[in-house]
Design a protein around this ligand. Sequence first.
Ligand SMILES: Nc1ncnc2c1ncn2[C@@H]1O[C@H](COP(=O)(O)OP(=O)(O)OP(=O)(O)O)[C@@H](O)[C@H]1O
Ligand SMILES: O=C(O)CCCC[C@@H]1SC[C@@H]2NC(=O)N[C@@H]21
Length: 238
Amino acid sequence: MSDLFYRNACSSTNDEITEVLLYPRSNFVGLYTFNQIKGRGQYGNSWASVAEQNLAYTVAVKTSCILHSDFLFNYYTAIAVQNYLANLTEKIVKIKWPNDIIVKNKKVVGILIEKKKINQENYFIIGIGINILQEEFDEISNAGSLLTQTGERFNLKQFTENLHSFLIEKLTHIPGDDEILAQFNSNLFKKDEISVFELDKTRQNGIIRNADENGEIWIELEKSGLKSFYHKEIKLLY
Ligand SMILES: Nc1ncnc2c1ncn2[C@@H]1O[C@H](COP(=O)(O)OP(=O)(O)OP(=O)(O)O)[C@@H](O)[C@H]1O
Ligand SMILES: O=C(O)CCCC[C@@H]1SC[C@@H]2NC(=O)N[C@@H]21
């Protein structure tokens, strides 16, 4: 059983879902809008949305339903969204570590997972922003939408309802840690390709090898060999 709520406008769906969860609900509660006004990204960044073009969606899941470590749960959410998009398009859909979704080299999806206690219950609050119909990304150079990257115009409401059902199915059947890691690594953006990174304010070439069970990424760097990094210790430039 699930509930999916719609609002004409929201500040942030990750914040407003708290109000929805004050009342007894099913195990998976979704809230979405096509007009998010104060979207939040990772590390306190803001998440930009153009009204009636992009989706802001949050699904809340009781943490008691989830046995995995936080970052494996993060990885699994990214896999689920990647799978959903890959089923909709022939274009290449990848996961940029740790959890951005890239379609044909542009960031189309951002995911922000937070933990909150509401009414004595602990939740994973999974916020997913998807650029769907937006055509111009003047200030965000690496961003794109499903329209710019696939040429397809998806119906916003249908897209959201199908996404919600798909995610619930995925979150109801979470595989083991090894399987999550294997699926994550097989969809990793730039895996085994020469890339340019920024590390300690300098640039160097390297090759992404794999994400591991500790939440680190292993990169073979031209100058210092194979090393592992946590998020924000190294930046993939291109
Ligand atoms: N609608 C949007 N689509 C794509 N990116 C957006 C959007 N709105 C805001 N952004 C922000 O643009 C920035 C660029 O994304 P990018 O993936 O380069 O940053 P990042 O996630 O901080 O990078 P990294 O994980 O490599 O350190 C991010 O801060 C992202 O949150
Ligand atoms: O890449 C990122 O920085 C994460 C962006 C997450 C954006 C989504 S949109 C729905 C939910 N509500 C928010 O305020 N943020 C998330």
